[in-house]
Design a protein around this ligand. Structure first.
Ligand code: URA
Length: 235
């Protein structure tokens, strides 16, 4: 890749600032000043920029506990995004892998690995996603059966079979765990609407082998552990 792209991905400055730095000879690649911003680098070199080493990793992976009120996007002119919650010096090519609604909380993977994202989100890969939901009204065994059969939600969505586990259920409110294998727009809310109920709280607990860290506060994120990453790459 180009030297200026690497430095820009690692958030060293704007492309213009980086070009100026490079042209001034302030960037050393393996000890040698390289003055061409377009010079080819592999990412395995020792790169020093203004006396400070730039540690390059091709891919980065973070687990976020998404809070309510922020959108699952990389940038937005008006609304706060999940990336705005990350440190300012984060690399610039990160994106949320999949979307949670603005009011949904819980597990969100953030990465710059397009191949992994594609694999996890592909409709063909059927990665299990488990959510905790609070629902207005009484969720019944009939709902469990309908969800298991594959619910006709509306003209644009017939849901794949989903597992519904009732944790508590009264005439007023129910708490359930729901496992879905796809991720259509407002999927869980629409599935409950189809059986005449409204989701009032939704939290994603896991995605494939990746489980939300109970010690991660809402709005916080941390890098995946090696074990988490290995499991995710295998699924
Ligand atoms: N289903 C929904 O309705 N919303 C989400 O955010 C995720 C799944």
């Amino acid at each position: 890749m180009r030297l200026d792209k690497l430095l820009s991905d690692m958030n060293i400055g704007t492309r213009k600032e980086i070009k100026t730095l490079v042209r001034k000879g302030e960037v050393l690649v393996d000890g040698v000043p390289v003055k061409d911003p377009g010079a080819a680098v592999s990412g395995n070199e020792v790169i020093i920029c203004r006396g400070k080493q730039v540690t390059y990793s091709r891919h980065e992976y973070y687990m976020m506990n998404k809070p309510a009120g922020v959108i699952s996007a990389s940038e937005d002119p008006k609304q706060e995004t999940v990336l705005d919650l990350m440190p300012d010096d984060r690399r610039k090519d990160l994106f949320p892998v999949g979307r949670l609604d603005k009011d949904t909380v819980g597990l969100l993977l953030i990465s710059n690995d397009g191949d992994l994202a594609h694999r996890l989100l592909s409709p063909k890969s059927h990665v299990d996603k488990v959510y905790f939901a609070r629902v207005d009204g009484q969720v019944t065994q009939e709902d469990v059966r309908l969800f298991k059969e594959g619910l006709l939600v509306d003209e644009s969505l017939t849901a794949l079979p989903a597992e519904l586990e009732i944790r508590s259920s009264t005439a007023r409110q129910s708490e359930v765990l729901i496992t879905i294998r796809e991720g259509k727009f407002h999927q869980i809310k629409r599935m409950f609407q189809a059986v005449g109920k409204e989701v009032t709280y939704l939290k994603r607990l896991s995605m494939g082998p990746l489980v939300l860290d109970p010690d991660l506060e809402e709005g916080a994120c941390r890098p995946l552990t090696e074990a988490e990453l290995a499991a995710l790459k295998e699924c």
